[in-house]
Ligand binder design. Sequence first.
Ligand SMILES: [Zn+2]
Ligand SMILES: [Zn+2]
Length: 370
Amino acid sequence: MATAYSDIQPDKFEPSETHPQHGVIIGGPAARAKRIEYGILLSTMVIGSLGALYWTLTHATGWVEWSAFLFGYVLINMGVGIGYHRYFTHRSFEAGPKMRLAIGIMAQMACQASVLKWAADHRRHHAFSDRVGDLHSPYIDGHGKKMSKWKGLGIAHFGWLFDNTTSDMKVYGKGLIDDPQVLWCHRHRWEIAIFSSIVLPALWALAFGGPEHIIGTILIGGFFRNFFFLNFVMGVNSVGHVFGSQRFKTKDGSRNNWFMAWMTFGDGWHNNHHQHPRSAYAGLMWWEVDVNGYIISLWEKIGLVWNVQRAPKYVRDADGTWVQEKKPVTSGLAESLEVESPESMSLDDGGILFAKGAKTKAPKTNTKVA
Ligand SMILES: [Zn+2]
Ligand SMILES: [Zn+2]
């Protein structure tokens, strides 16, 4: 993909009132537009979900409505986990234009704003992770002030959607702002959201039931499906930084949480992910179920995606500490990071930013971790 990576990341950053942190813009029309967009998306999901509750209590619903819910849930789960997150944010594999467009549309069917915004915001999360500048830390607010546990969870879950900051695309939009597929998805985000929430469930109802199922299927298989899943995606930001276990001593509160991982097809192995953000696999052990990782492997096997990034393997040493396996990984992350390329990413910035000509070494084997 032809991308001009140079001079996107400024060498020097001078804090100012509107840019107190690198790549974080305070106020202005972008913040206003963000609040309006998230307000529309969230309120329609909530109102639609209340409608779904009413409909379920007052009408007979059955497999037509709930199969639409399940089908859509699988689709948007893949879209968010593989599309928004592993591909567009972290570039954990490579894909051709058609595939990029397909996973971009699939991601935006979750109605969580455009690929461009989602990925830029998430890169910012990795850049600051529970420090000032992180847009959804459950620990500190935008001024670095410690928050109470419940307030923090609330801010990290939904509160941050309505804050006064936006992510600077010049810093966090690298590889996205000049990708025609990303821009197409960004421009058509409202059409994709309407297709996903209304048109697709209505067509499902007509195909498998009849016109009398249309309203129920839109409410349950459209709006409620989006809202239900949104809580797990936001839950990785809130719950996933507070509750669960930490295999790695990352400089943040990220946790591995099996329940969140099952519900998000893998992204709930969030401590693993913060340790190895570029890995296409959030589950690092065989028992860490990572459905989206399995799908990426399948796509790799049939040639739809390539250059899939893999974290090093970990084993327990004699005193039970997790250490990297001595045998170097022959393909994937370790090897690819040795290669000097305009697209290689630095581990120092959380592995999310493109650095022109960056030369990053693979982590040493047998590094002790928690
Ligand atoms: Zn995180
Ligand atoms: Zn991430």
